[in-house]
Design a protein around this ligand. Sequence first.
Ligand code: DAH
Length: 345
Amino acid sequence: MLLEKIEALRAQIKELKADNSEAIEALRIKYLSKKGEVTALFNEFRNVPNEQKREFGQRLNELKTLATEKINSLKEKSQASEAQANKIDITRPAFPSEIGTRHPISTVRKEIIDIFSRLGFTLADGPEVEDDLHVFTSLNFAADHPARDMQDTFFINNDPNDVTRNIVLRSHTSSVQSRVMKTTQPPIRIICPGRVYRNEAITARAHCFFHQIEGLYIDKNVSFADLKQVLLYFAKELFGPETKIRLRPSYFPFTEPSAEMDVSCMLCGGEGCGFCKHTGWVEILGCGMVDPNVLELCGIDSKVYTGYAFGVGVERITNLKYMVKDLRMFSENDVRFLKEFEHVH
Ligand code: DAH
């Protein structure tokens, strides 16, 4: 009995036809589901005498395999013809997924950090929402210094009577200097990369936020010659071994003496061209010897220790290296702009 049923089903299954997924699914249910005809035969298998179990077991398994394979092959055929009807090439490789690129500011920041790391500088960090003490007062800014004006600095609270009035968005990374000096005794040798904010109208040449890297070195017997040597190494690493530097006297409240550093123009090599306004030099950073007042305000003995500091604008360096004309490009995240830096690492 069972043998006949198996044979009958086998003949049926061999001839099965269906060309769409619903019809194929109906066949699967008819034969292979829990209540399907093939499954039903497995239930009858219980009544087969023991000595015949082996043979029947084999035949039943073969039948099940036959049914499964038949249905699978019907499925494949119908999918292939459906794909063809829709003109889909199922053998075509998938579209490559878009991979992002490193932002030019990140690339240049990393490059600057790497250069100073090689000289033994370690990273320090501080908050972007700062207080007046760390951004201005500890750094020797006079009470009436214009940077403390709302025109230049973002105040979290504009009400002059409010106690949170002294909370600002830091306008320079020099604030990290004062934090580190207050908690660490020399030797101190740090660089502090970070974002800074200024109350400026956004144009091609100014933005309300940008990035700086601050450097600070404090120890016994640190001199201006040390500063100059480190900055010369930095300039050569960044713009090439032919690069020259010059230091011009300048003023910052937290350094004395203070200087601004120029490097020989990377376009004309110092000959003079339109880019360097025919001077042969372009300005890249501010620096100086840490003012003894600042050391004392931050709890460091200015009779024992001296130090130097410098502050570099990351956008400025990026502009000089890659001739980006408009500062707004850096924050618009236009992929066409970012893609241009795909091969820069
Ligand atoms: N904080 C200055 C700025 O934002 C940059 C700077 C100048 C930092 C001289 C320094 C320095 O550490 O010594 O313009």
